[in-house]
Write a new protein. Sequence first.
Length: 649
Amino acid sequence: MAPISLTFPDGNAREYEAGITAAEVASSISTSLGKKAISASVDGAHWDLAWPIGADATIAIHTMKDDDQAKELIRHDFAHVMARAVQELWPDVKVTIGPVIENGWYYDFDRAEPFTADDLAGIEAKMREIINKRDPVRTEVWSRDDAIAYYEARGENFKVELVGMIPDDGQPIRMYWHGDWQDLCRGPHLQHTGQLPADAFKLMRVSGAYWRGDSDREQLQRIYGVAFQNRDQLKQHLHFLEEAEKRDHRRLGREMDLFHMQEEAPGQVFWHPGGWTIYTTLQDYMRRKQRAGGYVEVNTPQVVNRKLWEESGHWEKYQENMFIVEVDEEHAREKTINALKPMNCPCHVQIFNKGMKSYRDLPLRMAEFGSCNRYEPSGALHGIMRVRGFTQDDGHIFCREDQIEEETAVFIEFLSAIYKDLGFESFSVKFSDRPEKRSGSDEVWDKAEAALLSATRAAGIEPILNPGEGAFYGPKLEFVLTDAIGRDWQCGTHQVDFVLPERLDATYIAEDGAKHRPVMLHRATLGSFERFIGILIEEHAGKLPFWLAPRQVVVASIVSDADDFCLDAVAKLRAAGVRAEVDLRNEKINYKIREHSVGKVPVILAVGRKEVEDGTVTLRRLGEKQTKVLDLEALIPDLKLEATPPDIR
């Protein structure tokens, strides 16, 4: 065979015969590397060690130290090993697909009996047996007809269908063997099963799944697993999941009696008194911050005629996410078609367009706590984090083109101060550019993207590029918070829009006396109130900052003789602006403390006979074991200060 040249990451090149495998290349470098190698990158493509290399290329050999490649291979091989284990335990089970997902994999099985928790333990044990056998992994390229015949002979009807779905575009159909067990797979894979870390995986759960996501097709069982490069990483991940479960806003919402959701209103929130207290407290805070930031507050209709959505472009680009409302209007020949507003921006342009605007009126910062409705598939709904009905702290800044940079810097400073008040010291910023489905010419998008990027850098921020994720009318910045356990949440947004003012004919009179188009900056700080409250609950594990806590203080009697003192204490606390409640039930004080602690009440004041005599209370703070006996009158000013929102403290 003719020689080929392979160039390594250090820039050096070596000649090999065409058809050499990446495994042979690794061994040619050193015996040690040949044993440690798990895969290669050939001209940037992830390459199985057994695949031949037929032309000049760049090459890099990967080992378990290369995180991205190692994790992909580990999780992919574990999916195959799990499927093999299942079929060794239950030979009649049919296998379907087993892709890699974040932190692990899943595999779908066709089995009459449901898998149980005991079954998962048995599958894990069988997987470790297979790993310990160190069976070689080999691959072959087959024709479509041979692959179909192979699976038909074994009754693997799902695999027959999968082969038929592979495009007939000359791409190879790869068949992989892990020992004697075989699967259809694009690869790459490890060299042998013994390369899998036997102490760094865990099967997590079973769920139902339809074949190819079609509810008219077979109901399958999906087993999920997680895997990492070593045991410590697995332990860290399981600890993370445990923390996430403790912080789950749905569970805490029940325990704290904040909200509920039910089938009759999918994706919409029933706020209980405690949850609505958080909501309105946060909204009042945002209203004060926006007024101080020079915003005027408006309110626009919930139901808007189709005509406006067509003019704005939403009917064409966003209709699938809109709730349509048909009305038999009096004297109308046809039904009038309206939509619940999925966003507020077209309505804000209508307010801007009423009356003549001058360059002296710009920038005009307009804000609305806008109630919006968007269709989300039922499978995507998630507590109050992903809903169909929500309220945004929405805002639109109408400005001149030369004001984009300053307004962007002002907004970033505005947003930073709010996030800090709410306990988030830092955030990252993503720059999302033009999506495939968009309005406006490329020239307009070039101008909008350049303006936003320049303004962001002028504000001292180098954003992370997020290709193709802009809104259909303009590029945007996405402000991403990282919570206490390392999860990222995209909350605030800031978008430059040259398109909507053009479509809706927004103008102002410039210094030259002529009409000009304003630039429209769409911005939200918290985003959805519902989602942000869910984030706050999970960030603080329910232990919200005192000023946001729905129930700030409970005054609990130890004996009935203390009832009057407790009632008087609550009255004084409420007069000072503290959200205080009284608990006079004929229950032991430890029972009361435990119950209110589960409800995440920050401060519990216990009162017995001695406290009544001395005019004191025994203070217990949430999460602290130590108690303090304090003078009630001296304590009230301190609690009043804690209860005061940070912007007016």
